[in-house]
Design a protein around this ligand. Sequence first.
Ligand code: PHE
Length: 440
Amino acid sequence: MAGGRTEFSSKLGVIAATVGSAVGLGNIWRFPYEAGTHGGGAFLICYIFFVLVIGVPVICAEFTMGRASRLGIPGAFRYGHNSRKWEGIGYLGILAAILILGFYSVVAGWTFEYIIESVSGAFQDTTADERHIHFEDFISGWRAVGWTICFLIINAIVSLGGVQKGIERVSNILMPLLFLILLAFCINSAFLPGFNEGVSFLFHPDFSKLTPDVILSALGQAFFSLSLGMGCLVTYSSYFSDRTPLVKTAAQIAVLDTLVAILSGLVIFPAVFSFGMSPAEGPTLVFEVLPGIFNLMPGGMIWSTLFFLLLAVASLTSIISVSEIVVTFLSDEFKISRVKSTVSVTSITLVTSTLCSLSFGPLKWLNLFNIFDYVSSNILMTLGGLGVCIFVGWRMSPADAREELHGKAGVPMWLYSTVMFIIKYLAPVCIGIVFIAGLL
Ligand code: PHE
């Protein structure tokens, strides 16, 4: 306990919860179609560059703020000085969290429907057109809203359990399960006839597709996938013990998160090519194309069920972390109980996610789903990342930053200096350039 604040109880808990936050729809659903439509290997190279060179140091910066202040956002932006000038960046993070909760829980809800349909064999002997009509029908209706609500209720139950008994305990069970399922898929994938073609699609670089817009997408994807730029890791690290090695943990998250993204690509593309489907389907790839493919495989019902279970698990551990940003914010700033803050977050999200879900039906004209996605991942998270780097690099006392990254279970001085150099100079410049270029 630091100042009476709960802490994660074990190293495994820290890794399971933070990797659980990072690994989500972003890896399994978004990464494959972003890579697939944006030049395959060329996108991948950009993405890995951003994860390692910018992502890891920015994770370290978020950890530094969270553990030093023992507050979520925006409180962490007040650390070490009395003015409230920096708090605004923290509020951008809260806004990003609310937007992400809105659209993310909709897609998460779809996974429940698809688990049930897979178990009941509903996709057997369906044509691509039938699956397309079915998907469009389903996402535009109230049934999708119902599943989203279910998801939010499960999230609320975990959140009510608190950091140790809720988040940590659930992550400790779900993350190993996720890796097991993914492993089973990879083994299966290696035996598919389209394995080589799938691998070359994912890894073959087509540099002609690398426009500024694609580079912005790669950075946006890296930030989204690592849960950066909106205070999620600030919030989680405010519950780390002083013994948690920050730089090492940051590197572990980056490696495991990228591994899951690449493995998902290696699961999805070989299957797509083996059954003569198009890899450039975009967002519907996972929901329309894959069930058809599973259908053609031996044991298809089981694979299909397992796949949507994988997606559901990945989304749940991510949603838990996003809602924790707001729960911690409400509890820290207004000193209200976890029960009250969880109920407040869940109530707001019930409204926003219903509106997002109906963006595929009656509220198509408003299309909040796409707006929430675009604004949070391409604008707010990039700005938040920039704010975190400038705060830790230029505003926070260097002695405090050094204490977190180098002093407490930290890294050698040269590595600390490199990380700080990136946080101060390289990361803000890169984020700034890519952000402006992408907007233009
Ligand atoms: N990182 C998660 C994913 O890849 C999404 C997420 C974003 C979670 C921001 C928390 C905060 O799906």
